[in-house]
Design a protein around this ligand. Structure first.
Ligand SMILES: C[S@@+](CC[C@H](N)C(=O)[O-])C[C@H]1O[C@@H](n2cnc3c(N)ncnc32)[C@H](O)[C@@H]1O
Length: 206
């Protein structure tokens, strides 16, 4: 996946000089990832007043920050991460590992049978450095997220998910096409060019 470890000098150098990192600090966003969602949402208008959505892999919380603001008082954001996340107004958060059934059940209790308009998933496993293992771990999380989206989205709902191009990508695309009317790719500016990450957007759930 050609990801550098987040403690390597090269990563740190790139991070402190990254214009999106500086912009996020200035704009009060918790992560540079904010600009990926903003750009996608500008184009696709996924999040509006009243949208009810789940944010999977939400910490430190920049996507939830944006979502909570856009959905307003009539919408709702449910967020989940294995790491802790500081509270945000309008966001119900659960800390836990999405791969664990008990965590999923707790998250489902929080949803209280509400069907979702949108699921956004930026989950990424800790990188081991072994591309084969990292790729498999990543797609496992994506598959769980797709199952969740299939089970909880309204008919017509949408699903935005981060994937890494490589082994398993075509199969995952095919699985998404079975659930959604259209599946498109999005590569926002803030997604570093050399990264194989790409976002898949499924619209119009069957
Ligand atoms: C790129 S970050 C998400 C950034 C977030 N979209 C934001 O804007 O702040 C990926 C997140 O996925 C989470 N994650 C990875 N594996 C997970 C798992 N098994 N269960 C829940 N969250 C997981 C990580 O803890 C990390 O916070």
């Amino acid at each position: 996946m050609a990801q550098r470890s987040k403690s390597s000098p090269a990563w740190l150098h790139e991070h402190v000089n990254d214009p999106y990192v500086k912009r996020a600090q200035k704009d009060g966003y918790r992560a540079r990832a904010a600009y990926k969602l903003l750009e996608i949402n500008e184009k696709d208008k996924l999040i509006k007043q009243g949208t009810v959505l789940a944010d999977l892999g939400s910490a430190p919380g920049s996507w939830s920050q944006i979502a909570a603001k856009l959905v307003g008082k009539t919408g709702k954001v449910f967020a989940l991460d294995i790491l802790p996340m500081d509270a945000l107004d309008g966001v119900d958060f659960i800390q836990g590992d999405f791969r664990e059934e008990a965590v999923l059940a707790e998250f489902e209790r929080l949803l209280d049978n509400r069907a979702l308009d949108l699921v956004i998933c930026d989950m990424a496993p800790n990188m081991s450095g072994n591309d084969t293992i990292d790729q498999a771990r990543s797609f496992y999380l994506c598959e769980l997220a797709l199952d969740f989206a299939r089970g909880h989205l309204k008919t017509g709902g949408a699903f935005l998910v981060k994937v890494f191009q490589g082994s398993g990508y075509q199969e995952y695309m095919a699985a998404m096409r079975e659930v959604f009317g259209t599946v498109q790719t999005r590569k926002p500016d803030a997604s570093r060019n050399r990264s194989s990450e790409i976002y898949l957007l499924g619209k119009n759930k069957h």
